[in-house]
Write a protein that binds this ligand. Structure first.
Ligand SMILES: Cc1cc2nc3c(=O)[nH]c(=O)nc-3n(C[C@H](O)[C@H](O)[C@H](O)COP(=O)(O)O)c2cc1C
Length: 164
């Protein structure tokens, strides 16, 4: 297969752009993530796919939970800031204030909608691990549905074939 064509097709799949919050012990992180989707209804399960070398991967494995923070599409600069491990000053990650969810994972105060998941299964898919999380808590602001940031709101791309 032509790698450039694979990239074009994979990048044509519409995706959300959000921050995944994670925690193990005192260590916390936030990570720009696009591979997020609901995969079952009873219970409501969401899959996220996280690079096996990412700090977030280790924190989700060790902590057993994660948060998904949907963001305002007018404020996409946040996604550049969270594409490397975040600085934690105790009250905020990279200067964005967070609170603890029921499992202790960070939830961003600026998220326009968010949910928290308890990991029910982890599947090794090679470059990434697929975490299947049961949704255990949610929150949403009025009007958030139309305002949620998506990949096409930015010039960023993720996925396609691996670059060596
Ligand atoms: C637009 C965009 C989308 C991304 N989507 C994902 C994703 O779905 N899964 C993933 O593992 N990394 C994704 N990344 C890469 C991570 O954000 C980046 O490698 C990362 O911060 C490393 O994670 P860590 O801070 O937990 O070490 C994406 C990066 C960008 C810029």
């Amino acid at each position: 297969m032509d790698a450039a064509a694979v990239n074009r097709v994979m990048w044509a799949i519409p995706n959300v752009l959000c921050l995944v919050g994670s925690r193990a012990g005192d260590e916390r992180n936030g990570m720009t993530t696009s591979w997020v989707t609901q995969v079952a209804m009873e219970p409501v399960l969401v899959a996220i796919s996280v690079d096996s070398t990412a700090v977030t991967n280790r924190l989700i494995r060790d902590g057993g939970s994660f948060s998904v923070n949907l963001w305002d599409r007018e404020d996409t600069k946040v996604f550049r800031r969270f594409s490397k491990p975040a600085e934690d000053d105790g009250a905020a990650l990279n200067g964005y204030s967070v609170r603890n969810g029921v499992t202790g994972v960070p939830i961003f105060d600026d998220a326009i909608a968010w949910f928290e998941c308890a990991v029910r299964d982890t599947i090794d898919v090679g470059t990434h691990d697929l975490f299947l999380g049961e949704v255990i808590d949610v929150g949403i602001r009025d009007g958030a549905e139309e305002q949620v940031a998506r990949m096409e709101d930015t010039r960023m791309k993720y996925g396609g074939v691996r670059r060596h």
